[in-house]
Design a protein around this ligand. Structure first.
Ligand code: NAP
Length: 279
């Protein structure tokens, strides 16, 4: 990736689309890109957050910011986004939004509909937007695509089972398209984030070892430096070291390790039972 603003704009301008770009990690992407002189189109579900980021980005960075209120899980999301984009040339797509939860596969407070919504946001959403925006990038022979995934996508992760499966999809799609799009000068990067202090990550307060976390800015700085350099970034020094170790151990032990990570950090120290009808 070019480090100077002119180079960044030439590679990825004049417009970037950031899906789930109004808060948390997404906001950090929006601000990083706007700071490099590229206009930002921010897709998000939260009207208030969109209004806030649009005002601050325009004032701070002097670029155009187009807020688009859209539910990325909606069947009509692509039509809404295409209408909002109009004839603007999109040189960078960041698909950041993700739907996550932790608990047993069969939960008390959500059912199959929620799991299908996870597919809509984490799988169908990136597929639709890459399919749409990627084609024009290939035709122009320039552009970039960043796909947010998770450490949970690197292996099957108990108590994040379906989230982990959707995030494995994001890694596989990102890595494969890195290979296919490179001859067209379009950079693709999948980012496996570790625990990151985003707005959606409220609930991390009880974890004492802060060295496990990245800030949103640290994560985005790393990701944007990796775009154009590699197909997959495992973000964060500690997370990367853990992931290296994880790949050395037998699969059964690795899956148990992932289960313990969820149980100890987010499930109060005890494996939750499956909530089965009739129990
Ligand atoms: N935070 C972590 O520790 C962590 C770890 C590993 C991977 N990740 C991945 O990193 C990405 C961003 O993570 P995050 O959880 O920290 O979120 P975030 O960046 O704080 O938030 C993303 C933004 O997307 C919006 N959004 C969510 N669902 C949407 C939908 N259906 N339509 C439109 N906008 C929607 C959110 O709005 P609302 O808040 O109003 O819903 C929020 O403004 C996700 O793909 C996640 O899987 C995060």
């Amino acid at each position: 990736m070019s480090t100077d603003n002119a180079g960044f704009e030439a590679s990825y301008g004049p417009w970037a689309v950031i899906a789930g770009g109004a808060q948390g990690i997404g906001e950090a992407y929006t601000r990083y890109i706007a700071a490099r002189g590229v206009n930002v189109m921010v897709l998000d579900i939260s009207a208030d957050a969109l209004a806030a980021i649009s005002a601050s980005v325009r004032e701070e960075f002097g670029v155009q910011c187009l807020p688009v209120e859209v539910d990325l899980a909606g069947d009509d999301m692509l039509e809404v986004i295409r209408a909002a984009v109009g004839k603007r040339e999109v040189g960078l797509l960041v698909y950041n939004a993700g739907l996550a939860d932790v608990g047993p596969f069969y939960k008390a407070d959500s059912g199959l509909d929620f799991e299908l919504k996870k597919i809509a946001v984490n799988v169908t959403g990136p597929l639709k937007l890459i399919y749409h925006f990627g084609k024009a990038m290939l035709a122009r022979r320039r552009g970039g695509i960043v796909l947010m995934s998770s450490g949970a996508g690197l292996t099957g992760s108990p108590y994040y089972a379906h989230y982990s499966a959707t995030k494995a999809y994001d890694i596989a799609l990102g890595e494969a398209l890195w290979g296919e799009f490179a001859p067209y000068n379009v950079d693709v990067l999948a980012v496996a984030a570790g625990m990151t202090l985003s707005t959606a990550a409220a609930g991390f307060e009880h974890i004492e070892d802060r060295s496990q976390f990245q800030t949103t800015t640290e994560l985005v700085d790393e990701a944007m430096a990796a775009l154009g350099q590699q197909p997959l970034l495992i973000a964060g020094k500690n997370h990367r070291a853990n992931a290296d170790n994880m790949l050395q151990i037998p699969k059964k032990d690795l899956i148990r390790y992932m289960a313990e990570h969820a149980i100890n950090n987010f499930l109060g120290g005890e494996a939750p039972p499956q909530v089965i009808d009739g129990d």
